[in-house]
Write a protein that binds this ligand. Structure first.
Ligand code: M6R
Length: 369
C-alpha cells in the first residue's frame, strides 16, 4: 500500500506530479481558457464579488496566504486570509458580495467548518476547496472545487497542499477570466505555465538526494529558521511547520523583511537558515533585497541553505548549500519551492528516529474546536 516507500509521506511526496496534473485535468482547455462550470457560482455573482476572504488552518492556511497574492494581483479584488480559528471571534465584516473560500484537505476540520457557517449566516457565498468527496465542509458550502490529490494518509500534508495551491490558482485565474481585466495576456501565459507544473514538480523530485544528505547532517541541531518574501514567505512558514510536526524541532518562518525588526537576534554561529529566494525575473527588487538578507545573516555566522531558481547566479556566493528549482512565473514558485522543504523535514525526522507518518500528539483531521 506504500508502493515500495518506507512511509506514506514519502509515497505522497512522490505522487505530487500526478496530484497536480489530476487537479488541473479537464479544467484548462487547449487554448488556455479555464472551464470551472463545476463550481456552479454564476458569472453574474462572481462579477459582483467585491471582497474575498480565505479561511483555513495549518498547511491549508499557508495555501490560502499564497492565494491572496495571486487573487489580488490577477483580479484586483481585495483579499484577506485568516486562520479559521480566529476569524469567527473577531466579528468579521461580510455581506452578499463577499466570497469566502474555505480550504480543507479533510473537509472535516471543525475550526474551518465553524468559520464557514458563520460566513454563510452573514450572507456571504462560500466556496470550498477540498480533497474529500462528500465531506462536511463541501456539503455545507455553496460551491466546491475538489482537489484531486487522492487519499492523503500521512498526518503531515504534502500532496494535498500542492493541489490546494493549484485549486487556488485556478479560482484566481477563473475570477480574472470571468471578470475580464487588463492582465489578459499575462493570465493566458500563466495558465499555460500552470498546465505544465506537474512536470516541473517531477523535475524537482529528481534532484532531492543532496537535500536528504543535508537534512541527515542537521539531525542534532536544535533550531532551524526559514526566511522568504512575497509568496516565499508562506512557503517558509510551511517549511517550518513541517519541521515542527515531524522533527519536533524549534523551527520558525519569517518574512525576510522582518529580520531587522527582531529575528536577526536569533542568528548565531552555525544556525541553519533556509532561504526561499524569489525569482530574479519579475519582481527583481525583492530578489535583490533577499540577497542582502542572505549576506547579513551569513556575516553573523548562519549556515545558509538557499533555495533559488536555476540561472540565479547572484545568490551562489552566499549559499553554504544551494538547492536549485526550475524557473517558474513568480506567483507559481511555491509549487516547486515547497517540495525540497517537505523532503528536508521528512528526512530530518527520520534521522532523529521519529515516526514520520504519525507524529506525536497530532491527528490527521482535527474535528474539535
Ligand atoms: O484537513 P485540513 O486541511 O482542514 O487540515 C488543516 C490542518 O489541520 C492541517 O493542514 C495540518 O496543519 C497538517 N497536519 C499540516 O501538515
Amino acid at each position: 500500500e506504500k508502493d515500495g516507500h518506507d512511509y506514506f509521506m514519502l509515497k505522497e511526496i512522490a505522487e505530487q506530479p500526478k496530484a497536480v496534473a489530476d487537479t488541473l485535468l479537464g479544467r484548462i482547455d487547449g487554448s488556455g481558457v479555464l472551464s470551472l462550470d463545476e463550481v456552479r457560482i454564476s458569472g453574474e455573482v462572481l462579477r459582483e464579488v467585491d471582497k474575498v476572504v480565505i479561511v483555513a488552518c495549518g498547511t491549508a492556511y499557508h495555501a490560502g496566504m499564497i492565494a491572496k497574492y495571486a487573487i489580488e494581483h490577477w483580479t484586483r479584488i481585495p483579499c484577506e486570509t485568516e486562520l479559521a480559528s480566529e476569524f469567527r471571534y473577531r466579528d468579521p465584516i461580510l455581506d452578499r458580495r463577499t466570497l469566502v473560500i474555505a480550504i480543507s484537505q479533510s473537509g472535516e476540520t471543525m475550526d474551518t467548518l465553524m468559520a464557514l457557517r458563520h460566513a454563510r449566516e452573514q450572507g456571504a457565498k462560500v466556496l470550498a476547496i477540498c480533497n474529500t468527496n462528500g465531506s462536511t465542509i463541501p456539503r455545507e458550502s455553496d460551491a466546491v472545487l475538489y482537489t484531486h490529490a487522492g487519499p492523503e494518509v500521512a498526518v503531515a500534508s504534502t500532496k494535498a497542499f500542492l493541489t490546494q495551491l493549484v485549486a487556488c490558482y485556478l479560482v484566481a485565474l477563473y475570477l480574472a477570466q470571468v471578470r475580464g481585466n487588463k492582465w489578459g495576456d499575462e493570465i493566458r501565459d500563466v495558465v499555460c505555465e500552470l498546465a505544465a507544473m506537474g512536470e516541473k514538480v517531477q523535475e524537482v523530485l529528481g534532484t532531492m538526494e543532496p537535500v536528504r544528505e543535508l537534512a541527515r547532517g542537521l539531525a542534532d541541531k536544535n533550531t532551524v529558521l526559514f526566511l522568504g518574501r512575497h509568496v516565499g514567505y508562506p512557503v517558509a512558514l510551511e517549511g517550518a511547520l513541517k519541521l515542527k510536526e515531524l522533527a519536533y524541532m524549534h523551527a520558525e518562518g519569517f518574512a525576510a523583511g522582518e529580520l531587522k525588526h527582531g529575528p536577526i537576534a536569533l542568528i548565531e554561529d552555525d544556525v541553519p537558515v533556509v532561504v526561499v529566494v524569489p525569482s530574479p525575473r519579475g519582481r527583481s527588487v525583492l530578489h535583490d533585497k533577499i540577497v542582502s538578507n542572505i549576506q547579513e545573516i551569513r556575516a553573523r555566522g548562519a549556515r545558509t541553505i538557499v533555495i533559488a531558481e536555476e540561472g540565479d547566479e547572484a545568490v551562489a556566493p552566499y549559499a553554504d548549500h544551494l538547492v536549485r528549482i526550475p524557473r517558474t512565473p513568480v506567483l507559481l514558485q511555491p509549487l516547486v519551492a515547497s517540495v525540497p522543504l517537505q523532503v528536508f523535514a521528512c528526512e530530518l525526522a527520520t534521522a532523529r528516529g521519529n515516526e514520520v507518518d504519525q507524529p506525536r500528539n497530532l491527528a490527521k483531521s482535527v474535528t474539535v474546536e
